[in-house]
Design a protein around this ligand. Structure first.
Ligand code: PMP
Length: 441
């Protein structure tokens, strides 16, 4: 143990007295850029286009209060007790109805309810990954999944995407290259609908092609679909799981279609995998929250949950429109994705701009975003950023984009003014540029 003279520890540094004793796998545990941002971006004067918080205020709170009261009145002793590690059967039946909306059928026995789909991501990774195993993921990919993969010492290999989602040829090439290097590929992690962070949706023709590639290479697919029901115009193509029951683990969640505070998500796994998944869940948490599951179940049984999803879709569509039109007005020279659902737009910057370096200046201008680097395991993403339109009102989104344009255009002006003069480096010693606050890096 390495105890500093004053006896106090500093976590994560060699001033932490337990520094030398952590398991190797904790090397991958670092505060995500999104998490670190919440502290700064939650100040009311900052327009946060950074986090992915659903608009829970669009959910009539009396619906939830009524469901909670009914649960306590009719099922109190069950709600307050430990439950089954696999989850409450009645809720799993209802989850089948939710998934049917996306063309998925399955057996109630193959569903495991989890503490958000985040826990399902953790459990699946725990089941399959030994240190050094490869997980294929889109470039970019969900920051929370990358964090889990790192914590199990996986090697994440990114596969290129375009406006139609994962590129099949890029997937083939990546698999061939990794196999030639003797690497063990364990699964393909993919977010086919309204991708976080890229905002794109995998086309129908690519879905079958990707499944063919996975099948012929004996690679399991982990399909993460928290946003599929939040489409704005057309429904997305049917889920990968609806076509392949044996080769796909499907993850769903009530976080975006109801509320994340319940922490209820689920995995629908091939029958052979599901048993191990239940054992892993039991060993992690014994059982998911009985109370939360029963309230969600009561809500699904008594409220117009489909109508509520339509309400959410309307709210998010209006916010997407506000963001896209503000981008067109204030930053017409840049490129961005136009999502047909979900929460996110991916903005590509000129190569001369660095989204991570620019962030402190943006926060000073009272707007926050998530730098693209958060969504890559390999340090890429500096010339892009994720803009979330889910939480701020349309007016605030517009104001946020206006402020962002001030920052971006200011940086571009600066670069143009000093281009070729050799003075750029000294210009960057401006305190706003030199070192981001420690909690933003
Ligand atoms: N996957 C994706 C792609 C997400 O965006 C999120 C939440 N932002 C999750 C999984 C985890 O969601 P939850 O645990 O709330 O179900």
């Amino acid at each position: 143990m390495n105890t500093p003279a004053d006896g106090r520890g500093l976590p994560g540094t060699n001033l932490d007295p337990w520094y030398s004793q952590y398991a190797q796998r904790t090397a991958g545990l670092s505060a995500s850029e999104v998490r670190a941002l919440f502290a700064v971006a939650s100040r009311p004067e900052v327009v946060s286009l950074a986090g992915g918080m659903p608009v829970v205020s669009a959910l009539p709170s009396n619906l939830i209060t009524t469901a909670m009261e009914r649960v306590m009145r009719d099922k109190g002793p069950v709600a307050l007790q430990y439950g089954s590690g696999q989850g409450i059967p009645a809720l799993r039946e209802q989850i089948l109805d939710v998934m049917a909306l996306e063309g998925i059928s399955g057996s109630v026995d193959d569903i495991v309810t989890t503490t958000g789909s985040q826990q399902a991501l953790d459990l699946v990774t725990k089941l399959f990954i030994d240190p050094g195993d490869v997980i294929l993921a889109e470039a970019p990919s969900y920051v929370g999944a990358i964090g889990v993969f790192r914590s199990y010492q996986a090697h994440v290999s990114h596969v290129a995407i375009d406006e139609h989602g994962l590129i099949p040829d890029a997937l083939r090439e990546t698999i061939a290259r990794l196999r030639a290097e003797g690497r063990t590929i364990k699964f393909l992690y993919t977010i086919p609908n309204f991708h976080n962070p890229a905002g794109v949706t995998l086309s129908a023709s690519r879905r079958s092609e990707i499944l063919d590639i996975a099948r012929s290479n004996e690679i399991l697919v982990l399909e993460d679909n928290p946003y599929g029901l939040l489409y704005f115009d057309e429904k997305p193509p049917e889920a990968l799981r609806s076509v392949d029951e044996e080769g796909v683990i499907y993850l769903g969640s009530f976080s975006k279609t109801l509320a994340p505070g319940f922490r209820v998500g689920w995995a629908l796994a091939p029958h052979a995998i599901r048993e191990k998944l239940i054992l892993a869940a039991e060993s992690a948490i014994l059982s998911p929250s009985s109370f939360s599951q029963l309230v969600v179940s009561e809500y699904l049984a008594t409220a117009d949950w489909r109508g509520q999803i339509d309400t959410f879709r309307g709210v998010y569509r209006e916010r997407r429109d506000a963001m896209v039109s503000a981008l067109g007005e204030y930053l017409p020279q840049l490129q961005w994705t136009v999502p047909n659902g979900g929460f996110y737009v991916w903005l590509t910057l000129p190569n001369t701009l660095d989204s991570k370096q620019m962030l402190p200046r943006a926060v000073k201008e009272l707007v926050a975003y998530t730098p693209g680097t958060a969504f890559f395991a390999d340090g890429r993403g500096r010339h892009a950023m994720r803009l979330s339109f889910c939480y701020p009102t349309p007016e605030r989104i517009r104001e946020g984009i206006r402020r962002l344009a001030t920052v971006i255009n200011g940086e571009l002006d600066l670069l143009q003014t000093f281009a070729g003069t050799g003075m750029l480096e000294s210009a960057r010693i401006d305190p706003h540029y030199a070192s981001p606050p420690p909690d933003l890096d």
